[in-house]
Design a protein around this ligand. Structure first.
Ligand SMILES: [Zn+2]
Length: 219
């Protein structure tokens, strides 16, 4: 039979162990926080259409569904690009995002854009603006879609989901974006981007007659 003294000793021992475990959990949590660990989700809904104007004017209102709220976060994440910004996007039409990408490129951030070749010629596509300012853009003429919607910032943060960087997506569609700095997710996306970057070309397939035999997008 366990004595009262031994029982008390066991309780003290258990309390000390619990304290040590909690201490290390807290230390781990703080370290993750300090290292800029990110895990976020954004949802876009049809309610966002009420605030479309706020996206154009880049001001938020007090509505929880304000579409500029998520768009502002996307912009904030892109502004965090210090060393590199790799974007693999089916379609980009958001001018404010394009302007920001150009700004980052001019600041010396290593920017690389992969886009769908057919969508590059669609109304509002920003490919020509990006190229005009020397931002490297690659695409591949193919019967298949380059349907990805992801970006890797500083080789450290992944932004991915169903959302194209278009006004329709941020202020009218049901769409989502996941933001994470989990290396198990970020690294495969970085590697996949590098693979596509090698495979795709710098040819602008939307320029009429640039390549014989290619289907030319009519603007
Ligand atoms: Zn609003």
């Amino acid at each position: 039979m366990i004595s009262l003294t031994n029982f008390a000793k066991s309780l003290v021992f258990a309390a000390v162990i619990a304290e040590i475990v909690l201490h290390y959990i807290e230390r781990y949590r703080k370290r993750k926080q300090n290292s800029g660990h990110l895990n976020e989700v954004m949802f876009f809904t049809d309610k966002g259409v009420e605030c479309k104007e706020h996206c154009y004017r880049m001001i938020s209102c007090d509505k929880k569904s304000c579409s500029y709220f998520n768009m502002r976060r996307l912009i904030q994440l892109l502004q965090g690009a210090k060393s590199s910004l790799d974007v693999c996007m089916y379609l980009i039409t958001l001018k404010c995002v394009t302007d920001l990408i150009i700004k980052m490129h001019r600041k010396g951030v290593k920017v690389r854009i992969i886009i769908d070749a057919d969508m590059a010629g669609s109304t509002g596509a920003q490919v020509h603006a990006l190229r005009k300012y020397g931002v490297p853009v690659r695409m591949k003429k193919s019967p298949f879609l380059m349907h990805h919607k992801f970006a890797v910032i500083n080789n450290h943060i992944l932004v991915s989901g169903s959302c194209n960087w278009t006004m329709q997506a941020v202020s009218g569609n049901w769409d989502n974006i996941i933001v994470t700095s989990e290396p198990n997710l970020v690294i495969p996306f970085s590697q996949h981007f590098a693979q596509l970057w090698k495979e795709f070309s710098e040819i602008d397939y939307t320029v009429k007659g640039y390549i014989q035999g290619c289907t030319v997008q009519q603007k």
